[in-house]
Design a protein around this ligand. Sequence first.
Ligand code: IVH
Length: 683
Amino acid sequence: MAAAGKAERAAWLRAELERHNHAYYALDAPTIPDAEYDRLFRELQGLEAEFPELLAADSPTRRVGAPPLKEFPPRRHGLPMLSLNNAFAPDEVEAFDKRVRDGLETIATVDYAVEPKFDGLAISLTYENGVFTGGATRGDGITGEEVTPNLRTLRDIPLRLPGTGWPALVEVRGEVLMYRAAFAELNARQRQRGDKEFVNPRNAAAGSLRQLDSRITAGRPLSFFAYGVGAGGDGLAARTHGDLIDQLAAWGFPVAAERAVVGGCRGLLEYFAKIEKLRPALPYDIDGVVYKVNRRDWQDRLGFVSRAPRFAIAHKFPAEEASTEVLGIDVQVGRTGAITPVARLKPVFVGGVTVTNATLHNADEVRRKDVRVGDTVIVRRAGDVIPEVVAIVPEKRPTRDLFGGVPLHPPFALPETCPECGSAVARGEDEAIARCTGGLFCPAQRKQALLHFAARRAMDIEGLGDKLVDQLVDAGLVHTPADLYGLSAETLAGLERMGEKSAHNLVAAIDASRQTTLARFVFALGIRNVGEATARDLARHFGGLDALLAADAAALQAVPDVGPVVAASIAAFLGEAHNRQVIDDLRRAGLSWEEGQPAAAGLQRLAGKTLVLTGTLPTLKRDQAKALIEAAGGKVAGSVSKKTDFVVAGEEAGSKLEKALELGVTVIDEDGLIQLLEKGEGQ
Ligand code: IVH
């Protein structure tokens, strides 16, 4: 790009960033995801660094936010509220640590105070002689919006500091946010009242705090975390940032429980990895971690560059939100016939993967969000969660104008018939989900049902994957799970990508699955609301299949953990003649299991055995595992000794696992435990 081209680009970036600043700070209605804003911001910073003549006085890189809204009185901060520079990769963290050591002229390892980066909005609280006298949002960093009456409604904010050791005036800095659970409740309430829902907890927090009527704020579940001080900070005894946070905690401010002090770049990166893992389990959103030089005198020595301190940096997680375009809206038919609208997207990199489809959950959601083909949408993918469409960007909706333009697509409507089998689509009263009424007549449901039947945790038929199931169903060879048991190696060998050897292996796997357990069999049937744990409860309670088949809804509710909804769906499943037929056919095909006695008199496979549970198991909760072991006559102990027979270890198992290995005690995982319960020892 020629220099002139760069000037043009910088001007465009400046205008674009200002526009987004306004939408974000003044209107609480972001038009692009944070990550994209960051990208544009960094591009402009890069250009300005390379060509200093492009650094205009009014460049958004020179200030922190947007001017305060007209309606709130302006409030000047005692000390400016600055921002943080961002790092996205380990080498940027390394460069930060190097800059810090260079600045301090030391080669020693520097200690850093580290804490989560709360994803809310920054607030400054002023205390005069220990009394809360006013608070403001960040605004442009120099002057914020005074929201004192609103802040007084937050229970997390002390109105008076205890003791006497505070400076005559001190500004406490921190973040107002909304816990995820509180956000979900608030949105449910908004929905019930027909009010607009919030896109995410941060926007909900901002929208709730920036209310002109503080009674509205008082009804919103806002929280506060303190992470620093502004004016008056010099009057505090704390030598380090860690001590400062302890002081704030002693005054009654909530502070991050996950805070720590670590040494050097290595300590920073280890902390990052730890918090990244912890992130999904935290009750509130964070978008990274913040590293600060721990010694406050060193912080002063390092000082500030134009908009950010040199002694701190934010290490951000990969963006979980990105925007892209909707190419189409399809519907998918699930195993239970549930019809799910799915947005087909222009591929976009988000949450660490390229996403091409995102769920729209159900027809109501699509209507509420008014997602249409051609829309630009914000897509979110957090952790391993299925990507979803969060919201549309209304400004980017294509509109028809006098000269043509792109026509606006009509609102999404559910198909009246199933796209897979043509059966009617029905939706029960009060149900969010519409379903295909075709049952196993519907190939989509049949395919999903077969895959579920063959799954590892169900009948465990190795080699029966989705490509094969597609072929078997499409060729009309398999209608119900029972048909699998009639397949011959010759028939299978005729299918695509099926050699003679794999055909024989599959027949052998199908054959082997005949010998199973009642719990697996019940789970494999794919009854709505009956997962693995419920299937096990049912098997244990009834002991045999006939007793289960004879049970009505009331008898089903006698099973521990089976409530009216689950009982009703089991009863409905068993009430269908074709399901009974499939069960009969399967029995006739030779499926068998050891039948036990009903209820508590079940087999005492763990009689006399002592087990220790440690770590998080993939599906069983701790008390469920304990109940299963005790029902089988075993004992659950709290610590490992030579007398322990088995240690059941899940994720993040700690010292108990080490002890077991040291003593040579057999260590098993959840699968191993289930094997023990189903088959006993030595299998
Ligand atoms: S320290 C000089 N610590 O991130 C600025 N900021 O991008 C010192 N934030 O405006 C800020 N959690 O709103 C700090 N633990 C934390 C934080 C945190 C969230 C926000 C804050 C700040 C923004 C900077």
